[in-house]
Write a protein that binds this ligand. Structure first.
Ligand SMILES: Cc1ncc(C[n+]2csc(CCOP(=O)(O)OP(=O)(O)O)c2C)c(N)n1
Length: 622
């Protein structure tokens, strides 16, 4: 039973709560979030940090009729969702056709803009505001952006554009000193010093209270301290917020983001300012759950866990951890190897690298474009940069891959993590586009390992032997140990995993496992499938493919990417150009936005699992 939450039927009910009730509501929501995320998985630390802020925003703004909000990244929007008509949020969080873990316009009229990728909120809010104003509508538009997301260049493009005329724009900077890992960069240092200056002022206020109780002398000292305090405050305003004020924003803060009366007071103030405003709110990531407060990075995004025990470290290996290990062993022998990552150190398996080679490790913030161009600079000066980047975030750096890496033919290695169907984060996080994007890049080699052994082989090739741009793409999950191996073939060559005479199944990366399984099903039906691990997506091992179809006369191409613009189109073109007009079928994700669900579920729905591949083969051979 949640005394206050149960009474809330619509966001307007939050407005009618008194401060004590709001505090109780915050406690109830925290309990709900900890319990809900522990059962479904999802983003925990970031959500626990903004409970009071969200309640205060709902109390002071009218998102039903007038005002709008954009949550940057959107991973912190659980409280907002629970209080805007989605009380059953945790019943289907991150499930197929269930509630999204990110704001989604199709889910609620209170979600004004979809997010998932970082640093878009200020641009989106500005567009929403301009749209409103052109239609003659009133109201404020708020962007809630974290200090991590504020390391992304897009945020500055928007601040620069917004600072002049956008009087109804409010930017709430949610500063918890964390991105997923500790935040990096000069701005982060600046925000940290602003927070400590604020602590200094708070200390003085407490001292004043004590001094005022001392007769005579106390009052004189108090006046002196008040003078110093004002000077400090002016100095802080002069030195610290200059970056925001010079951009045309009125700056308020830093304020305690867990103190509801303070939040309400400041929201009242900024609401009535006719100028673009930045309100700097300090919060604690993971607030209210001991384990998450102690280790906010670990509880940033979690799988289901026991609330009393916390997330136990299971220590199982994944493609990510194997990547980290292999890169470390390569770097130990080759001092020219450096690692670059845009704000994903722990998530990309690079923590050990940072510990061992801090001078050769560059976390550049949530700045994918910058990471790629900076890596090009490193390569141009003779180093071998390995950029660890999630497939979905690589999309940010498309022009950098072309303009800075490929057109200069620089030896930059892209280690593309979370490629393929990713699952429960939904359409903004699927790693489906990298093959299609990179196929267009001149000189780019694209490699896809099916197991850890191949990851090791390919990474060593990419770092130690390749001489131009090269991408190694691997999935989120771990290896299927049934298909572990210690055998490989020469670089550039595809590998026949199973010989057959009826149909060729050409597979990319971990899709080989589905293909091999499909071949076993087919064997039970009396069909002999030849399974080929393509290994090099680009350039194709044409010889191997053509030799196989000479035997089989049928081909299926399976990829953990787009069925209409990936490897299958390259293979189809190869066959057409060689006059091989044979029955052909492409298997991958079709042309639509693939929403959330378990990977296995989505594989089945997209016709990409072993059974579906076998069925496709049977349909062709019948
Ligand atoms: C373009 C992009 N790169 C990387 C990410 C992965 N990511 C999700 S949340 C996050 C950290 C965000 O930090 P912050 O904005 O401070 O929010 P907090 O989680 O600390 O509340 C990162 C790097 C992303 N969502 N988008």
């Amino acid at each position: 039973m949640s005394e206050i939450f149960d009474k809330i039927q619509s966001p307007s009910d939050v407005r009618n709560l008194n401060e004590k009730e709001m505090r109780t509501l915050a406690e109830e929501l925290r309990t709900m979030i900890i319990s809900g995320v522990s059962q479904k998985g999802g983003h925990l630390s970031s959500n626990l940090g903004v409970v009071e802020l969200t309640i205060a925003m709902l109390a002071r703004f009218n998102f039903a009729d007038e005002d709008q909000v954009v949550w940057d990244v959107g991973h912190q929007s659980y409280t907002y969702k629970l209080l805007t008509g989605r009380k059953d949020f945790f019943s289907s969080l991150r499930q197929h056709n269930g509630y999204s873990g990110f704001p989604k316009r199709s889910e609620s009229e209170y979600d004004f803009f979809n997010t998932g990728h970082s640093s878009t909120s200020i641009s989106a809010a500005l567009g929403l505001l301009r749209g409103k104003e052109l239609k003659g509508e009133k109201g404020k538009v708020i962007a809630v952006i974290g200090d991590g997301a504020l390391t992304g260049g897009l945020a500055y493009e928007a601040l620069n554009d917004a600072g002049q005329f956008s009087e109804n724009l409010i930017v709430i900077l949610n500063d918890n000193m964390m991105s997923i890992d500790h935040n990096v960069g000069a701005l982060s240092r600046k925000l940290a010093s602003m927070r400590s200056s604020q602590r200094y002022i708070r200390l003085k206020t407490d001292t004043e209270k004590i001094l005022l109780k001392i007769p005579l002398l106390g009052r004189a000292i108090f006046r002196l301290i008040a003078f110093i305090k004002d000077s400090v405050r002016i100095a802080i305003r002069r030195s610290h917020p200059v970056i925001f004020e010079d951009l045309g924003f009125r700056y308020y803060g830093p304020i305690d983001g867990h103190n509801i009366p303070t939040l309400l007071r400041y929201l009242d103030t900024v609401k009535n300012i006719n100028k673009p405003v930045i309100l700097h709110v300090c919060t604690k990531k993971g607030k209210g759950y001991e384990f998450a407060e102690a280790s906010p990075s670990r509880y940033h995004g979690v799988v289901p866990f026991d609330v009393d025990l916390g997330c136990e470290s299971c220590g199982t290996s994944t493609f990510t951890s194997m990547f980290g290990k292999t890169l470390l062993s390569i770097a130990e022998k080759n001092p020219r190897v450096v690692a670059v990552c845009p704000a994903m150190m722990s998530s990309a398996g690079l923590e050990p690298f940072n510990v061992l080679f801090p001078n050769r490790f560059f976390d550049v913030g949530i700045a994918e474009e910058h990471s790629l161009t900076m890596a090009s600079g490193l390569a141009a000066n003779g180093l071998v940069p390995v950029v660890a980047i999630y497939s979905t975030f690589l999309q940010r750096g498309y022009d950098q891959v072309l303009h800075d890496i490929c057109l200069q033919n620089l030896h930059v290695v892209l280690a593309i993590d979370r490629s393929g169907i990713v699952g429960q984060d939904g359409e903004t996080h699927q790693g489906l586009y990298d093959i299609s994007l990179l196929l267009a890049m001149p000189g780019m080699e694209i490699l896809a390992p099916r197991n850890y052994f191949e990851l090791d082989v390919m990474l060593r090739y990419a770092v130690c032997e390749a001489n131009g741009p090269v991408a190694v793409r691997y999935p989120r999950a771990g290896e299927n140990s049934d298909y572990a191996s210690t055998q490989s073939v020469a670089p550039g060559q595809a590998m026949v995993l199973r010989e057959g005479t009826d149909i060729t199944i050409l597979a990319v990366g971990v899709m080989c496992i589905e293909a091999l399984q499909a071949a076993s099903f087919l064997a039970e039906k009396g069909y002999h499938a030849e399974v080929i691990d393509l290994r090099w997506v680009k350039p194709l091992d044409e010889k191997c493919i053509l030799a196989s179809i000479e035997k089989t006369g049928h081909i299926i191409v399976c990829e953990d990417g787009l069925s209409h613009s990936g490897v299958s189109s390259q293979v189809a073109m190869l066959l057409m150009n060689r006059g091989k007009y044979i029955p052909f079928r492409s298997i991958g994700v079709s042309d639509h936005a693939l929403t959330a669900g378990l990977r296995s579920e989505l594989m089945h729905l997209e016709g990409m699992d072993d059974q579906s591949i076998a069925q496709a083969a049977i349909d062709m051979l019948r």
